[in-house]
Design a protein around this ligand. Sequence first.
Ligand code: 3HC
Length: 703
Amino acid sequence: MSLANKVVSIEVSGEIGLLLVDSPPVNALSHAVREGLLAGVADLNADPAVRVIVLACRGRTFCAGADITEFGKPKRDPSLQQAIAGLEASAKPLVAALHGTALGGGLEVALGCHFRVAVPTARMGLPEISLGIIPGAGGTQRLPRIIGPEKALELILSGKTITAAEALALGVIDAVLEGEPLEVGQAFARRILAEGLAATPVRERQDKIAATRLDPAAFEALAEKLTRGRGREAGPAAAVASVRRSFTQPIDDALAADSEVNAELIAGGQSRALRHLFFAEREAAKVSGLPAGVAPRPVARAAVIGAGTMGGGIAMSFAGAGVPVTLIDATQDALDRGLDRLAGNYAASVKRGSLSQAEMDKRMGLISGAVERSAAADCDLVVEAVFEDEALKKEIFAELERVCRPGTILASNTSALDVDAIAAALQRPEDFVGMHFFAPANVMKLLEVVRAADSGPEAIVTAMAVGRKIGKVPVVSGNCDGFIGNRMVAKRSAQVDLLLQKGAMPKDVDDALKAFGFPMGPLAINDMSGLDIGWSIRKRRGTPFPVADAICERGWFGQKTGQGYYRYAAGDRTPQPNPEVEQLILEVAARLGVERRPIGQAEMIERMLYPLINEGARILEEGVAQRASDIDLVWINGYGWPRWTGGPMFYADEVGLARIADRLETFAADTPGDPSLKPAPLLAELAGRGSTFAEWQKQRLAA
Ligand code: 3HC
């Protein structure tokens, strides 16, 4: 073995030259790897003994893409395009042996090789779109030449990974072979030699793009369909234009254009925001204040107490990840209704084509029902999801402690109660934790893992691990009223009511946040979830919202009563303007002596977002959230905050904290009744010294 450089080595085994990347943890295509690939392929080409070359990676995966930490830094040659061009120009046939996840630049490297072989467990894809960029190191040019522009576009715009078997069926790879990656690569290399397989560089292939070049109508129709509703994102349109160049321009011109496009996208705010979220997700998995090496307990079987909408959705999440789950409710009737609802949800997915009948049957097979809590006896985790009644929850946990074996993690899905108060009634509070799911629980990705004062380290890491296993983005939250997300949302709700009093109508408010990028406005959402819920909480807390309360006093609770902020025709969920509510809003404003005025969209956005960011700063100060980026994940995954703006705290940094503090001072001055609008001490301090939440977080983590 000799080293091409410190992360790439070469070996010769008979007539086969081996080019090996060893750059943990994921063999990202850093400058050193790119340089090593070029040097290594040149050395093996110069060795007369070598007739065929295998490119493989050590460790857990083939290259997982370009090195994202290099983005935004000065470029260093060889670029990834140059490195791939060097591989493709190899005079000796070159086969890539894939294992783990060949993603983005990793798959592009493989596409630059003359052949691709994978182990059965390998997955591959071009996820660049989720980072706000395009597969600009040849993915948009070479993939269409192998599988056709339409199929390539689907993969690129979805960013999804596919299995080795799917890749083989599509023609992305040439073979799937069992064995270690290196053995598999060598086996295929021997086949190349034995059968004299022609090593045609992908760049020269025309067969798959010829038809689209002659008639691009199907491609254009698909592009239109796949980008519908994504006009705010910079990536999709750029990806379409780039794939289009694969059949309209010579490949070198197209590659040059791709480089320019990516340079622009990488420098832009959207990609910066999306990269921030990539690293935020990885950071969120790290829980502070736990002893080193604490491991999650295995969760092979789960139970959910409460077969309502929430409990059913949670059970579906477990079944979707292959975890057998028992749904438990007090009466057969409630249980049957829950199981029927759940089956109906699956059936609707099958009808829509998003789930196969076989998969539905498999998932339903993993869900059982029971009316006795003792059915949870052999479970490793029990999630309680009954209505918000502290006494009932305490009674449930007391029984669970009796029937479950020691070591079972007991979790509450409460969104409104004090988890310490629930834990106080437990014999083993160290096994208790909050697991706050978001509706619909089978769809929404956010999971707040709420740390009660006595939650043990294993309970916390098990909740985090199981959350990831069932496809959620778990974020740790301290115990406080509303935890991270709902505590912040309350600040927005107060402003929404004020905006309605001061001059806006429901549609203006919703349009403003939709213009910002939220998929739905807050009032349409409230109508959907039912206005009575918030009303009863406000009455309990003595925090009136004059407009919302006046609507509820009429018995208008949203979609379920046919009207709320909007009107709904029977069987139709489309919000229609509601003249009666508009009249009511005017009456409330008059009663309160508020002089209504026109409010511009920019001001509405500031008034709804800055107070919630301010509350985020308090949540950070108090240590309720571990990091500013955790708060961003909460809003992205639980509240529809547009990903490409990075979440509230990242967005605040982009706007500038001084601007946010300044506007909050203005809002506080004209709303004397709400002292929480004054800039939080942390926000004021960071704004004062021209700093950011990101900077604060970096210093905190370093300390
Ligand atoms: N660049 C730099 N660091 C990376 C990286 C990358 N492409 N991919 C992963 N890492 C880092 C992570 O930040 C993490 O670091 P940490 O331990 O300090 O937190 C470490 O590698 C391990 O990553 P994960 O915790 O995510 O490990 P998993 O085993 O759960 O997942 C993975 C592995 C599936 C490869 C996942 O890391 C992943 O999806 N990576 C990104 C893949 C990607 O987006 N590739 C495209 C990059 S853009 C590109 O190629 C542009 C080109 O087309 C021009």
